[in-house]
Write a protein that binds this ligand. Structure first.
Ligand SMILES: [Zn+2]
Ligand SMILES: [Zn+2]
Length: 141
């Protein structure tokens, strides 16, 4: 683009340009300049377009804020649900502790030769806190 001092007004070819339109970049003389919100434009149309663009940018920023807030709310809801599930799982475990103990003893009696491995497999089948942590992490991902 040519230097502004070498340009002439878009509407007045013998008048040197005083400013460039902030929207379309066309040079205009002091008489033709349309000033809006501290910016220079070649015409009302360009000034209006600039105002619309600013409005659109603000709309986009507003929508982004809303989406961010929604995402945070969703994460919170998921965490609450997971905590409730973990609590329910723990409650179930504590209510059935005696059954679980009986089951372990019975199993130990049955498999005396390999008590350690049996215990391990029972622990795996129970809802341990580490399982809940892993499930929670997987769900968030
Ligand atoms: Zn313009
Ligand atoms: Zn002019």
């Amino acid at each position: 683009m040519a230097d502004l001092s070498e340009s002439v007004c878009l509407n007045h070819p013998d008048t040197p340009a005083a400013a460039r339109c902030a929207t379309c970049g066309k040079p205009v003389c002091a008489r033709c300049i349309v000033t809006r919100n501290g910016s220079n434009y070649c015409s009302e149309t360009c000034a209006d377009n600039a105002a619309k663009t600013v409005g659109r940018v603000n709309d986009v920023l507003e929508n982004k804020k809303k989406v961010d807030a929604q995402g945070k709310r969703r994460t919170l809801i998921i965490l609450v649900i997971l905590l409730a599930a973990a609590a329910a799982g723990y409650y179930y475990y504590s209510q059935n502790k005696d059954d679980v103990k009986r089951f372990v003893k019975k199993t130990e009696r049955k498999v005396k030769r390999n008590v350690k491995e049996t215990k391990k497999s029972i622990e795996k089948s129970l809802p341990s806190s580490s399982t809940y942590k892993r499930d929670r992490e997987n769900m968030i991902k």
